[in-house]
Write a protein that binds this ligand. Structure first.
Ligand code: DGJ
Length: 699
């Protein structure tokens, strides 16, 4: 049983960690998060110290701090009661324990408000899941202004290094680290979607490397506005609040209604590699949609960079023929097949085949693709409408808007008000018909602009739209999945604008970035790999860098094979030699795919800083491993000579190491501790090392 309740204490036990809190003076106080204390002899601290300017509440570690009283820190909950009172006082009431879930119930001392703090533990993982449910048990409305998923308290009073993944469109997942010595730091989105700028995740570390040091991490399962605020106060305590964004948010709880926050996945590990291993495995086993979670993702070809909006049956089939001959398993036609979509100025919302481009509908193309032995996928952007579309002409009120304001048309499009049931039903019907009438196995669901002019006249409280839109998105996707269970779904938002565990609970994979330059991509993939599962990371080999920063196909494949391999270049322009190279790598990837998509990932180098990228994957039994090496542009003589020290192997076992130029055997111990030497004489060199455990007799 991984959850213990004794002496006013609750202890959540995972294979390597404890999370403990308890009741003191009727309040829930955090006790411990980190390494296991085997005797479980935790006691609940009682914080009574105070001076006139610093009340006891500034020294304590309450599990879920409401706004009010003498609380001056970032709160987890803020409400207004029907009489105008904005002060909440939570008192512990009771708990329930069912299988792997502990629910601790707190109630306001005076008002009919119940807060349920929900904790879930899996026996096989160090990742805990937390969320909260706020219930109005009275007869009049309560307005929520803030309802976070969790409050976190870190054990040490020394400053922590705080890591988030920052960026912009086409520059996702740049690691942004700072030491939080005092004050606060906030990571957030106010855009309606997760966005490219900051990620809904945070990592706190002390003296940490890949292999050791304290690492605490948390990631929110939500694809809309979020806020993570971390604060270190004058006592040296660091705590954080993680959950929905409170900017322009409120939610009206009518009598008897409840509000559920999104989940937070959080854990403690020694070193960053263990964090990635835990979170990757947890995501595959407990977050991803069940249908495809254990299946390796297909190698796909996407026609976007080859044809952009200029799609038609003949050209798509020409590309499909080549893609199939290379070994691609899925052909995805991107933007441009519907409505009056000649470019990005028109057509969104009219999810009907453009008969000029496809006079006989999609069937001949899909049949052609299927006859080539591939599955067929298609692009959509359902949350959007082009002002130049039949849908908008008929229903201008279906976009978020204020009648007195002109809407901002980013990319010549507006955001549909998904909180309206009629909008959801229209989109569901269009996509359901598309999937029913055509043999489509894959939907790429795009989202290419943030929200603006967020008027939603249909809602009694329009500030609920930030929360409701994301849930409506999930609901439409879930309805489609229920009716078409064999269709895979990819989440995309102009590249990596929707990489979060909320999306990963409803979609099978994500599009990582529109930037497919392999050198940039190494940085993006490195940042992504800290928390998000490699299986879900779509990685295309394209021609993007052919003119600006030429790299070889070998190099480009090397980078994309480190994720879920896909092709996106204009195959019609490839030479025979290049096509042969593609086929060779696709065949190799199919062999390596279980290892890459389900193995343990080791970052042997630290992205661009090391001028060489080395990423290793090891399977569960430590029998097979693969190492991808890519050099960065450098003219330093010293950078040519590298000692490669592998990780994750059995020290006593013998392994065969094979690369394009050499083959040798060595023990796991030697490979990990002494390493082996390699020489890379030019920039943008790449190599793939395959490492295989030898049978005992040969060892
Ligand atoms: C943005 C996506 O990230 C691209 O891959 C492509 O699908 C375009 N949208 C199409 O408009």
């Amino acid at each position: 049983m991984p959850i213990f309740v004794r002496d006013n204490c609750f202890v959540l036990e995972t294979p390597h960690t404890h999370y403990a809190f308890g009741v003191a003076d009727g309040e829930l106080q955090h006790i411990h998060w980190g390494e296991k204390c085997p005797r479980l002899d935790y006691t609940v601290p009682n914080y009574r110290e105070e001076v006139s300017q610093h009340p006891a509440s500034e020294f304590d570690k309450r599990e879920y701090v409401p706004f009010g009283g003498t609380n001056y820190r970032e709160c987890a909950l803020k409400c207004t009661f029907s009489d105008g009172c904005r002060d909440t006082v939570l008192q512990y009431d009771s708990y329930t324990l069912k299988d792997d879930t502990l629910t601790v119930i707190c109630k306001d001392r005076h008002y009919p408000l119940t807060v349920k703090l929900i904790y879930q533990v899996q026996e096989d993982s160090d990742v805990l899941t937390r969320s909260a449910e706020i219930v109005n048990t009275g007869n009049s409305d309560i307005t929520l202004h803030k309802a976070a998923s969790a409050q976190l308290h870190l054990p040490s009073r020394a400053p922590y290094t705080v890591l988030n993944f920052n960026g912009s469109w086409s520059t996702e997942f740049r690691k942004a680290e700072e030491v939080l010595t005092g004050g606060s730091v906030v990571f957030e989105s106010r855009r309606g979607l997760t966005g490219h700028c900051q990620n809904p995740s945070v990592v706190f570390s002390q003296n940490a490397t890949e292999d050791e040091g304290d690492v605490f991490f948390a990631a929110l399962g939500f694809s809309g506005n979020f806020k993570i605020s971390a604060e270190r106060n004058f006592t040296g305590l660091t705590h954080a609040v993680i959950g929905l964004q409170d900017f322009d948010f409120s939610y009206t709880l009518h009598a008897g209604e409840s509000f559920k926050t999104p989940p937070v996945y959080m854990g403690y590990t020694k070193g960053f590699a263990a964090m990635s291993h835990e979170m990757h495995r947890f995501a595959v086993e407990h977050i991803l949609p069940v249908r495809f979670k254990n299946e390796p993702l297909p190698v796909l070809y996407n026609s976007w960079e080859a044809t952009e909006f200029d799609v038609n049956e003949k050209d798509q089939l020409r590309l499909a023929k080549i893609a199939a001959s290379l070994g691609c398993e899925l052909f995805v036609m991107d933007d441009g097949w519907f409505g009056e979509r000649k470019d990005d100025h028109a057509g969104l919302g009219d999810w009907f085949v453009n008969r000029e481009k496809f006079p006989n509908g999609l069937k001949p193309l899909i049949d052609g693709v299927r006859a080539l032995g591939m599955k067929f996928g298609i692009w959509v952007e359902p949350e959007m409408v082009s002002p130049d579309s039949d849908l908008y002409r008929k229903h201008p009120d279906w976009a978020y808007h204020y009648p007195t304001r002109k809407g901002n048309e980013l990319r010549w499009q507006l955001v549909l008000n998904f909180t309206r049931q009629d909008v959801q039903d229209y989109i569901f019907t269009c996509l359901d018909e598309l999937l029913t009438e055509n043999d489509i196995s894959y939907i790429k669901w795009d989202m290419n602009r943030p929200f603006s002019e967020t008027g939603a006249e249909n809602l009694e409280n329009p500030q609920e739209l930030w929360y409701r839109h994301t849930h409506a998105l999930y609901s439409v996707v879930d309805r489609l999945r229920a009716k078409h269970p064999d269709v895979q779904f990819e989440a995309c938002a102009s590249g990596g604008g929707r990489v979060d565990f909320g999306a990963m609970h409803h979609f099978d994979m994500v599009w990582t970035s529109d930037n497919t330059d392999p050198v940039d991509r190494l940085v993006i993939q490195n940042g992504y790999s800290y928390l998000y599962p490699i299986k879900c990371m779509r990685a295309w080999v394209t021609d993007m860098n052919r003119t600006s920063r030429p790299t070889s196909l070998d190099y480009r494949f090397n980078v994309s094979m480190q994720g879920s391999l896909s092709l996106g270049g204009n195959l019609l322009e490839y030479t025979d030699e290049e096509l042969k190279t593609c086929a060779k790598y696709i065949a190799l990837y199919k062999e390596l795919r279980p290892l890459v998509q389900f193995g343990k990932l080791y970052r042997l180098t630290n992205g661009r800083a090391d001028r060489i990228s080395m990423t290793q994957y090891v399977d569960k039994n430590r029998e097979n491993s693969v190492l991808f090496v890519c050099t960065q542009p450098t003219t330093f003589f010293a950078d040519r000579f590298v000692t490669i020290r592998l990780k994750g192997l059995c020290p006593d076992a013998m392994y065969r190491v094979q690369s394009s130029g050499e083959e040798f055997t060595a023990s796991g111990g030697v490979l990990m501790h002494c390493g082996f030497h390699a020489k890379f004489t030019h920039a943008f060199a790449s190599e793939i090392y395959r490492i295989k455990k030898l049978p005992e007799a040969q060892g």
